[in-house]
Write a protein that binds this ligand. Structure first.
Ligand code: SF4
Length: 241
């Protein structure tokens, strides 16, 4: 069984297409959406690297120059990073691949927060601060999201090497706002996460990895350009009266 990552867990819980899971387990990478590219530009500008190792760009202008949107994102990243000393943040290493016997992942950066070793995940949001849950699609402070387990997964993977659960922070960056969220969890959260992970493994074991064969699902699928089983033409829907 392949080691579970945060993105594989999320896909098994949310994707209706089992072929999508197969492609992901085979290591096929999606073409980033514009929103994902924005986040990657912020990440690259702040820590000098992304998980893919490539420098992300929005489409360049006709004269080959960076677009205003990309320049604004880079300026935003520079500004947030300029606050690190005052926020007590120090970067120790970036994009480390971490794993234990069951799980694997990439952390944006391992650092120190107020002199204490910590894991930090950078996220960019185009939303306003008072949209959704203070700029984020779900309430980070309330409970574990059903498909977002980084805050428990990464400290859990690193516990053997570190001898303790390292603190985990989300650094959420909006266009005009910043939130630095420390996620604290207890044994009940860890038990819940491990139970979900078991369920995910069982679901994968039962999968036949058949493609969904749904034009609309394929049309919005982030692996569409890499998939050899895409449904390119809408089929007939039969409605019985
Ligand atoms: S393009 Fe369609 S068949 Fe291929 S992985 Fe995506 S949803 Fe599945």
């Amino acid at each position: 069984m392949k080691k579970l990552s945060n993105s594989l867990i999320r896909s098994v819980l949310t994707s209706e297409c089992q072929y999508f899971i197969k492609l992901q387990m085979d290591g096929v990478k999606s073409d980033p959406t514009p929103a994902m590219t924005n986040g990657l530009i912020i990440e690259h500008q702040m820590i000098g690297s992304t998980m893919t190792g490539e420098e992300p760009h929005l489409p360049l202008l006709k004269n080959g120059a960076l677009s205003k949107v990309e320049k604004d994102l880079r300026d935003r990243a520079d500004y947030v990073k300029s606050l690190f000393p005052a926020m007590g943040i120090e970067i120790l290493s970036v994009q480390d691949f971490i794993q234990n016997d069951e799980f694997a992942g990439h952390i944006d950066f391992l650092g120190k927060v107020k002199s204490k070793k910590a894991i930090v995940d950078i996220k960019f949001s185009g939303a306003k601060l008072y949209d959704n849950y203070f700029g984020w699609p779900y309430d980070l402070t309330e409970k574990l999201s059903e498909d977002e387990f980084q805050s428990v997964l990464y400290p859990y993977i690193m516990k053997d090497a570190e001898g303790e659960f390292l603190p985990f922070y989300y650094l959420l960056i909006g266009k005009t706002w910043i939130r630095f969220v420390k996620v604290e969890f207890g044994q009940d959260h860890l038990d819940y996460f491990l139970k979900v992970a078991d369920d995910v493994r069982n679901r994968i074991d039962r999968m036949t990895f058949e493609p969904l064969k749904d034009y609309n699902a394929c049309n919005s699928c982030i692996l569409r350009s890499k998939c050899d089983k895409t449904t390119l033409v809408p089929g007939v829907e039969v409605v019985e009266l």
